[in-house]
Design a protein around this ligand. Structure first.
Ligand SMILES: *[C@@H]1O[C@H](CO)[C@@H](O)[C@H](O)[C@H]1NC(C)=O
Ligand SMILES: *[C@@H]1O[C@H](CO)[C@@H](O)[C@H](O)[C@H]1NC(C)=O
Ligand SMILES: *[C@@H]1O[C@H](CO)[C@@H](O)[C@H](O)[C@H]1NC(C)=O
Length: 557
C-alpha cells in the first residue's frame, strides 16, 4: 500500500530554524556523479573488466559534466531513464514532440447529430483568477530550491484558455440521470472511478490527456475552457464524476455534480506539473429530454484556505523525485450567461423570423417558470455526493470547535485528524489519501467511530489561524493543545472535551508499521488481533481502543 510515491516530499522543512535546502536539481545531479564515481572505485578493486567499463562510465560522466555543466547534465540524466549515458529514441520522445510540435492530436468523438436548425444553444463564460503563489508552502523561503522552469506553466496560467464558448443544449445530455426511477439525492456516476487502493494510480509521467470518450466529452470541453490540458480522470482515486437530482418537475431536473479532474500545466521538455483542484462542483437545470438548459454553473469551492494540490517531477521518469505543494486559487468558475435559446427562430409556418425587432432590440425570450414538485437542500445533496466519493464520510466529521462543543455536551472523546491538506477532496495527495481509502472507510472502524467518538479533521493552517486569533482564548487554547502534538504530514489524535490530547499517532509511522510483510506478521513481530484480516484496520482499532482506555476514566462522571 504505497504510503508515499517515489520521492514524495513535504513542505520546506520543520520550521524557520531549518537551514535552506540546497537546490534539489543541482544537489541530485552532484549526488549522481558522486555515486557513480564511488561505484567506479569499488568495482575497480574487484575485476579488471569491471574496472575498465566503470572507468569508462566515469569518464563519460566526467566528460558529460564538462560538456553540459551541472544543469545540462541533470537534464540529460533525467531523460536518460536507463542511466546508460545514451539517449534512445524512446527517451528522446518528449523532446522530439516539443521540437516538431507533433503533439498527440486533440481529436475526440463529437457526438454528431444531424444539424437541427431549431436546436438550442447557450453561451458559457469562464471566470478565472490565478493561484496565489504566496499561498504555497514553498513561497515561505521565496521558492528557494524550486527551479524557475518547474513553475513556468503555473506562472504563465493567468487567464482562462477560452473566456467564453457556445454549447448546444444536447451536449448536456450526459448530466441526465440514468434510465429508470431516480430518487432525489440518490447518486449515480457520470464517469465511474476505475481506481482503488488495489489498482494503484495512473502514471505521473504524462503530458497530454487521452482523447475523451462518450460522457467524458462534455466535461473535457467544459474544463478545456480553463486550460488546454484537462484530465477528466485523475491519477489518484477517487476519480470520475458523480451526480444526483436536487429537484424534479414535470419537465425539468436540477442535477448537482461533483467532478474530480486535474490539469497538466507543463509540456516537454519541461517535466510534468500536475494541478489538482480539490473538486469541481455545480449544477445544471435542464429539460428531461436535454433540449433546453435553463441554468449551468461549475466551480472550484474556495471557502477553505487551501484548495489545490500541485505535484511536479524533476526528472523524466516515473521514479524521479516529486515535489508536492498546496495552494489557494480564488476563482475557477464557469457560468451560463442565460438559458439556451434556439439558434434560428421559425414562425408557425416554418419561415425564418428576424431575431431583432424593428427597433433593433434583440428579441427577448420569455421562459416559463419551473414549478418544482420535489426539492432537496444543497447541503444534503453535497453530503450525498461526498459520501459517494468518500465512504469514510458515512461518519460525520464536524468542524473543529463544533466537535469539542458536541463532545462536551455528549461527554464523549474527540477523534481528530490534523493534516497539512484537506482530507475530503483531491487537494491533498498525501498520506491522508491512503488513510481514507483504507482504515477510515472500513466498517468496524466506522462503527466504533460512530458509537464512541465525535470526529473532526482540520487543516494545520486553520488551527494556526485559530491559535493566532486573540479574540477567542478558549479556541486559542484548543488549537494550541492540538498543534503541540502535530508532526507532518498527518497526525491522528484522541482528545478529552477540554482539548487535552490523551493519545496520538503519526500517519507515516502508522503506515510504516502496518505495511509490514505478511512474514513479519506471521513471525509475531507485531501481534495483530485475529479478528481483522487487514493489519491497518486492526492497528487503527488498537489506536482507538487505547484512546478510549486512557480517555474514558478522565471524562466527567
Ligand atoms: C504561456 O502562455 C501562452 C498563451 O497563454 C503560450 O502561448 C505560451 O506557450 C506559454 N508559455 C509557456 C512557457 O508555457
Ligand atoms: C451510527 O449510529 C446511528 C445510531 O446510533 C445509526 O442510526 C447509524 O446508522 C450509524 N451510522 C454508521 C455509519 O454506522
Ligand atoms: C482536562 O481535563 C483533564 C481531566 O479532568 C485534566 O487532567 C486536564 O488537565 C484538563 N486539561 C485542560 C487543558 O484543562
Amino acid at each position: 500500500m504505497g504510503r508515499t510515491r517515489p520521492g514524495e516530499r513535504g513542505p520546506a522543512g520543520p520550521g524557520p530554524a531549518a537551514p535552506p535546502a540546497p537546490p534539489p536539481r543541482r544537489a541530485r545531479a552532484l549526488a549522481l556523479v558522486g555515486a557513480l564515481l564511488a561505484a567506479a572505485a569499488a568495482a575497480a578493486a574487484a575485476r579488471a573488466f569491471a574496472r575498465y567499463s566503470e572507468a569508462q562510465a566515469a569518464a563519460r560522466q566526467d566528460s558529460a559534466l564538462k560538456t553540459l555543466g551541472t544543469e545540462g547534465l541533470f537534464l540529460f540524466s533525467s531523460l536518460d531513464t536507463d542511466r546508460d549515458m545514451y539517449i534512445s529514441p524512446e527517451e528522446f520522445k518528449p523532446i522530439a514532440e516539443k521540437l516538431t510540435g507533433s503533439t498527440p492530436t486533440a481529436d475526440y468523438e463529437e457526438e454528431e447529430l444531424p444539424p437541427d436548425p431549431s436546436e438550442e444553444t447557450l453561451t458559457i463564460e469562464a471566470r478565472f483568477q490565478p493561484l496565489l503563489p504566496e499561498s504555497m508552502t514553498k513561497s515561505k523561503d521565496g521558492f528557494l530550491g524550486v527551479s524557475r522552469l518547474a513553475l513556468s506553466g503555473l506562472r504563465n496560467w493567468t487567464m482562462a484558455a477560452s473566456p467564453s464558448a457556445v454549447f448546444a443544449a444536447r451536449h448536456f445530455r450526459p448530466f441526465l440521470p440514468p434510465q429508470g426511477h431516480v430518487e432525489l439525492g440518490e447518486p449515480w456516476w457520470i464517469i465511474p472511478s476505475e481506481l482503488s487502493v488495489f489498482t494503484g494510480y495512473l502514471s505521473n509521467n504524462r503530458f497530454y490527456p487521452p482523447p475523451p470518450k462518450g460522457k467524458e466529452v462534455i466535461i473535457y470541453r467544459l474544463l478545456s475552457m480553463f486550460h488546454p490540458r484537462p484530465f477528466v480522470k485523475t491519477r489518484f482515486a477517487p476519480q470520475g464524476a458523480v451526480a444526483c437530482l436536487t429537484a424534479i418537475s414535470d419537465f425539468y431536473y436540477t442535477v448537482m455534480f461533483r467532478i474530480h479532474a486535474e490539469f497538466q500545466l507543463s509540456e516537454p521538455p519541461d517535466f510534468p506539473f500536475w494541478f489538482s483542484p480539490g473538486q469541481f462542483t455545480g449544477h445544471v437545470i435542464l429539460s428531461k429530454d436535454a433540449s433546453h438548459v435553463r441554468d449551468f454553473r461549475l466551480f472550484v469551492p474556495n471557502h477553505r484556505s487551501l484548495n489545490v494540490d500541485m505535484e511536479w517531477l524533476y526528472g523524466a521518469s516515473e521514479s524521479s523525485n516529486m515535489e508536492v505543494d498546496i495552494g489557494y486559487i480564488p476563482q475557477m468558475e464557469l457560468e451560463a450567461l442565460g438559458p439556451s435559446v434556439p439558434s434560428v427562430i421559425l414562425d408557425e409556418d416554418g419561415n425564418l423570423i428576424d431575431s431583432r425587432l424593428p427597433s433593433g432590440e434583440p428579441l427577448q425570450f420569455v421562459f416559463e417558470e419551473i414549478q418544482w414538485q420535489q426539492e432537496l437542500s444543497w447541503e444534503e445533496a453535497a453530503r450525498r455526493l461526498e459520501v459517494a466519493m468518500y465512504p469514510f464520510k458515512k461518519v460525520t466529521y464536524l468542524p473543529f470547535t463544533e466537535a469539542f462543543d458536541q463532545a462536551k455536551a455528549k461527554n464523549k472523546l474527540v477523534h481528530s485528524i490534523l493534516l497539512w491538506g484537506a482530507l475530503d477532496d483531491q487537494s491533498c495527495q498525501c498520506s491522508g489519501r491512503t488513510l481514507r481509502e483504507t482504515v477510515l472507510e472500513s466498517s468496524p472502524i466506522l462503527a466504533l467511530l460512530n458509537e464512541s467518538f465525535i470526529s473532526t479533521w482540520s487543516l494545520v493552517k486553520e488551527l494556526e489561524d485559530l491559535q493566532n486569533n486573540q479574540e477567542n482564548p478558549a479556541h486559542q487554547k484548543l488549537a494550541g493543545l492540538h498543534l503541540e502534538k502535530y508532526s507532518f504530514p498527518v497526525e491522528m489524535m484522541i482528545c478529552l472535551p477540554n482539548g487535552t490530547v490523551v493519545h496520538h499517532i503519526n500517519a507515516n509511522y502508522f503506515l510504516d508499521i502496518t505495511s509490514m510483510k505478511p512474514e513479519d506478521i506471521e513471525n509475531h513481530v507485531f501481534s495483530f488481533s485475529s479478528t481483522f484480516e487487514d493489519p491497518s484496520t486492526a492497528t487503527y482499532m488498537q489506536f482507538l481502543k487505547e484512546g478510549l482506555r486512557r480517555g474514558l476514566p478522565l471524562l466527567q462522571p
